[in-house]
Design a protein around this ligand. Structure first.
Ligand code: FAD
Length: 286
């Protein structure tokens, strides 16, 4: 089994920018709860085409102002170089030194009028504009990006982002651990040498998870789907079973020496915290 033992594991949590005042209040509580675990950083998603631009910026700056470390996502599709440049400057002025650089997906109905086609072009642009100021994280797809023709061409495209200057990668979530380890082996064979941090999606709601997974091409294995479907509307059983499955997967990943875990929190603290506590993670990470 492949391992990445040379890296010190880092742990991070992902939020999306809230759309309402109530959501903002809830996110503050979530953030403060998760901050007690001392993660390396909190990342905040960014809607492609700039659809959450201000919400992302506000959320990120609030995290920094609370004395925590924020890593904004930046999606380039539908954006101009001028717009991206302004956002990079704002982040630099606010001592933000980590960015998750993405292509993004255009919201339906929005025209693709931007100056970037793929994430590797964004990574290149960030390096050109800001030198080594930012640590750049990019997305990786152990089960292959849904628009890619095949795994091999997707890997070639992943390498473009690495060669353009990415420091590390975060994966799309998966429940099939072999896909992740196979991906690492393919990376090694292709001369890709950077930490590939597993993205972890806690399971709390089957219908929502199934919908997301269809959209982003993450597979819910048949055995897992059948268990979750069998619980029907019994949310507590879904949560308990989901917690056990994801905890076991994380245990195996950590035992194999993964470079960290990135939790997709969906702006909730309890599911990620439960897994974290089960794993007995002690951070260190600042
Ligand atoms: P790319 O790396 O550009 O790849 C997209 C597709 O194009 C792939 O099929 C790839 O094989 C192909 N490709 C790449 N480069 C080339 C090239 N040079 N020539 C030809 N083909 C190429 N979305 C958001 O909108 N906001 C977010 O905040 C956000 N955060 C995310 C965080 C993580 C950790 C992950 C895993 C995904 C996130 N996404 C987010 C979703 C992501 O934007 C979508 O999966 C999107 O479809 C692809 O983005 P990417 O950066 O991986 O694109």
């Amino acid at each position: 089994m492949h391992s990445q033992k040379k890296y010190t594991p880092q742990f991070s949590f992902e939020f999306f920018p809230p759309k309402t005042a109530e959501g903002e209040k809830k996110l503050r509580v979530t953030r403060d709860e998760l901050a007690k675990l001392n993660p390396k950083y909190f990342s905040v998603t960014f809607g492609a085409g700039g659809s959450t631009r201000q919400g992302t910026i506000d959320t990120v700056l609030e995290i920094q102002q609370a004395g925590l470390s924020a890593a904004p996502h930046l999606s380039c599709i539908g954006s101009t170089k001028e717009n991206i440049s302004k956002i990079l400057n704002l982040y630099r002025e606010n001592n933000i030194n980590r960015i998750v650089a993405l292509r993004g997906d255009m919201p339906s109905g929005m025209q693709e009028t931007g100056e970037f086609r793929y994430a590797n072009e964004l990574v290149e642009f960030i390096r050109k504009e800001s030198g080594d100021h930012f640590d750049i994280e990019v997305a990786a797809y152990p089960e292959t990006h849904p628009q890619a023709h095949d795994a091999q061409s997707d890997l070639v495209n992943f390498k473009r982002k690495v060669d353009a200057g990415a420091n590390s990668a975060i994966t799309q979530y998966f429940y099939n651990i072999d896909a992740y380890f196979m991906f690492l082996e393919s990376c090694e064979k292709a001369g890709i040498d950077l930490p590939v941090i597993p993205g972890i999606m806690p399971i709390t709601n089957y219908t929502q998870l199934a919908r997301f997974s269809d959209m982003c091409g993450a597979e819910i294995p048949r055995w897992l789907r059948k268990h979750l479907q069998g619980f029907g509307d019994d949310r507590e059983s879904i949560k308990a079973f989901g917690e056990e499955v994801v905890t076991r997967m994380c245990e195996k990943l950590l035992a194999a020496g993964v470079p960290g875990l990135h939790f997709y929190t969906m702006n909730q603290s309890a599911p990620s915290k439960a897994i974290w506590n089960n794993l007995g993670i002690k951070t260190s990470n600042k």
